[in-house]
Design a protein around this ligand. Structure first.
Ligand code: SF4
Ligand code: SF4
Ligand code: FES
Length: 648
């Protein structure tokens, strides 16, 4: 392990660590643009200059590309290094448009930060600036090439990391250009990361431009709920409107990036189609009235038909808290609790959760280091897009990738790595041990397949049909829940109350829907006699367990209620005052649309109405260990916390 001294601080780092990273490890930030921990070194910007005072290398060096060596004595503040860095900034700013006040990146721009920190405040060069034509890159990303400082982060991410082929660098010398090779929108399903990774404002998020500055946003740690990978995000809200979603680093889950679905599938969360008001028999009312009506109808139904004829249906869309309180709600009146509408998906999810354990459940690192990866009956870009980047990493390092079952119907994005199609698992040369990984789609996990995989010795990824499918399955196993379709087909259940769950049409047809609590307006919400709106993960605190059994906490980043932007004229003092971007000037005590509650709180309120004990804390018993999870941490695999054997 090389030992060196940086700014008089002794540092010891693993071999291969750069001087820049060694400095970071003791809290010293060396200014940088082109360096990014997730990307290969380019040493393109020259901003990370430091002075080597003694040791095997001497003089001004680029710290990002210089491996730390024994005996080095490094100064990050030597006047010669400072001078070099200030000249680099001045040189980069020669052509930069100096348009921070009208740039959407302003306030969260690395170039702005290091320019100000480096003391550059006066433009000495009076010549003409170099200018470029911008490209249309699609409806999501705006291009402003004049702001480019040629750090190559975008090209390295897009091509090397994400496997995109339609975007990169062209030109030479003083006129290098970062853009598409042909007209049209960016094709990579990871292209939104260009916004995060560019250290200046070349790529800005068109879906949220000019709405607010960084310091205006309300944000907190969130976990993406669009698939069971559970990527870490930071939703940025302004005046109750979700403006942008950006990636949040978690090396155990998504590294530094997210897919475009996780970043851009947000319209529904703000949009007018989202149901905001409680309803009884289709008529809007307040939360209390709706709650009392739901409780009354549930009580009446149970009186007439017996409580066992009623099922409370949840799903993997519920947080872990929701799943736990659902079973408590059912217990209070003796009704059924179900976490799955249909037997097929239930069988696969439950069996997968039973099968996985600390040894065989693959981590992201296992995928990246695997030598043989098998994709079994899945559309990876749809069911777990970020894992495709892990498979790509392994493939670039020489792993063989096999695909069983071929392309799925409706696949829209090609996989960003080479693979060989095989007809059956028998054709895969399983080596077993830690070097083989099998990734299974959410469907098609038959008992035969699972026992075959269990004996293969490979590490397993079992994707779930919903973000918290693993959590819902764990609770179902722990509490012995049945599947709704079984209960309906056997004639046991005649009515349901659904919590963030959507039974398929054939099943919905066969039951009365006494109540529905959801943030989506689906067929169940439309059929329900009582509707109660719930908050999404953006407005909720909760816990979600991803495909590998990793529990992660997320926190609410905005209050419930309608965004101020576009508020209906009924909320303004007069219709003429109703302008789309200005908040109403009348004071109101209630937030419009603010009747939404976290699903578990709706259930807890129902429990009280139905005569049960108050539920103030949903994570109790062995689940209570999850309460202290750090939402900014890496999460924890439940195998360390709970005994899954006891659950089956
Ligand atoms: S566009 Fe941005 S990320 Fe790409 S080279 Fe220019 S400054 Fe760097
Ligand atoms: S891979 Fe899944 S969890 Fe991650 S950002 Fe994409 S949709 Fe969200
Ligand atoms: S960060 Fe080292 S040269 Fe750019």
């Amino acid at each position: 392990m090389p030992k060196l001294i940086i700014d008089d601080i002794p540092v010891e780092v693993p071999p291969g660590t750069s001087v820049l990273e060694a400095a970071r490890s003791v809290g010293i930030t060396i200014p940088h643009f082109c360096y990014h921990p997730a990307l290969a070194i380019a040493a393109a910007c020259r901003l990370c200059a430091v002075k080597l005072l003694d040791g095997p290398v001497k003089g001004i060096q680029m710290s990002c590309s210089l491996p730390a060596q024994d005996g080095m004595v490094v100064s990050t503040t030597d006047p010669e290094a400072l001078k070099m860095r200030s000249l680099v900034i001045e040189w980069l700013m020669l052509n930069h448009p100096h348009d921070c006040p009208v740039c959407d990146e302003g306030g969260e721009c690395l170039l702005q930060d290091f320019t100000i920190a480096g003391g550059h405040s006066r433009r000495r060069y009076q010549g003409k600036k170099r200018t470029f034509q911008n490209q249309y890159l699609g409806e999501r990303i705006h291009h402003e090439m004049n702001r480019c400082i040629e750090c190559y982060r975008c090209a390295r991410f897009y091509q090397e990391y994400a496997g995109g082929t339609d975007f990169g660098v062209t030109g030479s010398a003083g006129r290098v250009y970062f853009g598409r090779f042909a007209e049209g929108a960016l094709e990579s399903p990871f292209s939104g990361n260009l916004v995060d990774i560019c250290p200046t404002g070349v790529f800005t998020d068109k879906t949220g431009r000019f709405r607010a500055r960084y310091w205006d946003y309300r944000f907190s740690p969130a976990v993406c709920q669009h698939c069971s990978v559970g990527c870490n995000t930071s939703p940025q809200n302004f005046q109750r409107e979700l403006i942008k979603i950006v990636a949040r680093r978690n090396d155990q889950v998504n590294g530094w990036f997210i897919c475009d679905r996780g970043r851009y599938d947000k319209e529904y969360l703000n949009g007018p189609q989202r149901p905001r008001d409680p309803e009884v028999d289709g008529a809007p009312c307040d939360y209390r009235n709706a709650l009392e009506s739901a409780a009354n109808r549930i009580s009446e139904f149970c009186l007439q038909n017996g409580a066992a004829s009623l099922a409370f249906l949840g799903s993997g869309r519920l947080s872990l808290e929701g799943c736990l309180v659902l079973s408590e709600l059912a217990r209070v009146i003796g009704a059924q609790a179900c976490y799955f509408a249909e037997a097929g998906p239930a069988q696969g999810s439950l069996a997968a959760v039973r099968l996985l354990n600390e040894e065989n459940a693959a981590r992201v690192r296992d995928i990246e280091k695997a030598e043989c990866i098998t994709l079994f009956e899945l559309d990876l870009m749809e069911e777990g897009a970020m894992l495709a980047l892990s498979v790509r990493k392994a493939s670039l390092a020489g792993a063989q990738v096999f695909r069983v079952g071929g392309a799925r119907e409706g696949e829209t994005h090609p996989l960003p790595f080479r693979y060989q199609e095989v007809a059956t698992l028998d054709e895969v040369p399983f080596e077993g041990g830690s070097k083989g990984v099998v990734i299974c789609g959410a469907g098609g996990k038959s008992p035969e397949l699972l026992s075959y995989l269990a004996s293969s010795g490979a590490k397993l990824v079992m994707l779930q049909p919903a973000a918290n499918g693993f959590g819902a399955s764990l609770v179902a196993l722990e509490r012995g829940a049945a599947t709704l379709s079984d209960l309906v087909e056997s004639g046991q259940v005649k009515a349901v109350a659904c919590f963030e769950a959507e039974p398929p049409p054939w099943l919905l047809e066969r039951v009365e829907v006494l109540a529905c609590a959801d943030w989506k307006l689906g067929a169940t919400a439309k059929k329900a006699s009582v509707f109660l709106p719930t908050t999404t993960w953006i407005e909720s605190d909760g816990t979600s367990i991803n495909y590998e059994g990793r529990a992660q906490r997320f926190l609410s980043s905005r209050p419930a209620g309608l965004p101020l932007k576009g508020l209906d004229s009924k909320y303004y003092s007069s219709e003429t005052e109703a302008v789309s971007l200005h908040p109403p000037r009348v004071h109101r005590n209630e937030i419009p649309g603010g009747a939404e509650r976290e699903a578990w709180r709706v259930m807890a309120d129902l429990i009280l109405e139905l005569g049960g004990e108050p539920v103030n804390e949903p994570l109790t018993g062995s689940w209570g260990k999850l309460r202290d999870l750090d939402p900014e941490g890496e999460g924890v695999r439940i195998y360390d916390l709970l005994s899954t054997q006891d659950l089956s």
